[in-house]
Design a protein around this ligand. Structure first.
Ligand code: A2P
Length: 340
């Protein structure tokens, strides 16, 4: 017995990764449908060794479908997720649209699986990619030493901006060698051979919305008392977000216990050799499930501080994998009844 699964935004960077992840993890699928805009209707996408014909989201009836894995962009989710939810389909939405609504659980299964038990609107939000990998790494440390404050700088891949973002980095990089002037459309400035300290729009206080998301989402998922100041930077990397994280705790920090807790935690791989190349870089985490922790060390500038480097595949744990793990966790907690 399995589930009827709809993948919305199936032609996009995250949608394709969702299909791949479902197939790889042998998610119990009875029936699966790939949905996208009318532009893509009739196109084909892969699901394991099968090919699915893409259908038009606008005319799709969600009645009888158990799970909807959505990544079609915020405005499209805003319109269609409630329609699917009303038809009885449990929506796991990758966009930022519903994340901060109080009656929508925001879930990272390794951190707050029990939030799934308070499902009220049939909609669950998948957190921001940068938030996910950070809270996975911070949770075991918070359990040990009680986290107070985090200073994080991100180095985020262009795939966070979807397929078009990846195409823009490719085109600008190629253009440099064939003397084509760079076309700037997806990002605020040239991204090839550059770094851009802006992801999403500016807020009134001078932070960007991505930085705001890291702060408020961490509070909602991990602990409302934790303070976060983030600087989010787009870098010319296709896949894999990196983060420099400096964390301050209420209780004295013990490095050996921190290593041990991180090593034992679900979803984390510690690779930290304190020698040339003895750390993980984004290119090495592509296609991997874990959040990788490297460069762990005491921050001697505050009483109880730890600094580390954290890398993860933003399309997998940062999006597709976390969404599929949410569905798996719902099944494990007996929250997702199989259709008759
Ligand atoms: P399409 O390929 O038909 O435009 P990405 O984030 O990689 O750009 O992908 C966005 C995904 O969301 C794509 O699958 C895209 O489909 C889909 N999408 C965008 N706009 C709509 C829409 N209005 N209705 C349904 N799907 C949409």
């Amino acid at each position: 017995m399995g589930y009827r699964v709809a993948v919305v935004g199936a032609t996009g960077a995250v949608g394709r990764e969702i299909l791949k992840t479902l197939a790889e993890r042998e998610f119990p699928v009875d029936d699966i449908v790939a949905l996208a805009s009318p532009r893509s209707a009739g196109r084909e996408v892969s699901f394991g060794n099968r090919t699915l014909k893409v259908q038009n989201l606008e005319t799709f009836d969600f009645t009888g479908w158990d799970i909807g894995l959505f990544s079609p962009g915020g405005s499209v989710s805003a319109k269609y997720a409630p329609i699917a939810a009303k038809a009885g389909c449990v929506v796991i939405d990758n966009t930022s649209h519903f994340r901060m609504e109080p009656d929508v659980p925001l879930v990272v299964p390794e951190v707050n699986p029990n939030a799934l038990k308070s499902l009220k609107r049939n909609i669950i939000a998948n957190p921001n990619c940068s938030t996910i990998q950070m809270v996975v790494a911070l949770k075991p440390l918070h359990d040990l030493f009680t986290l107070k404050r985090v200073v994080v700088s991100t180095y985020q891949a262009v795939s966070g901006a979807g397929k078009d973002g990846m195409d823009e980095l490719f085109a600008q990089t190629r253009g440099t060698f064939v003397n084509d002037p760079p076309k700037v459309e997806q990002f605020q400035k040239q991204i090839a051979f550059n770094c851009i300290p802006q992801i999403d729009r500016f807020m009134d206080d001078g932070a960007t919305k991505e930085e705001w998301k890291m702060r408020v989402e961490t509070k909602k998922i991990l602990d409302p008392d934790v303070e976060v100041i983030a600087t989010c930077v787009r870098v010319p990397v296709f896949i894999g977000h990196s983060e420099s994280i400096v964390a301050e705790f209420a209780e004295p920090v013990d490095l050996a216990r921190a290593y041990e807790a991180l090593r034992e935690s679900e979803g984390i791989v510690v690779l930290d050799q304190r020698e040339d190349g003895g750390y993980v870089t984004p290119i090495e985490c592509v296609g991997e499930d874990a959040s990788y922790v490297s460069r762990l060390r005491i921050d001697p500038t505050v009483p109880n501080g730890l600094a580390f480097w954290c890398v993860s595949d933003n399309l997998r744990k940062g999006a597709a994998l976390n969404a599929v793990q949410i569905a798996e966790t719902m099944i494990a907690l007996d929250l997702l009844p199989v259709h008759a």
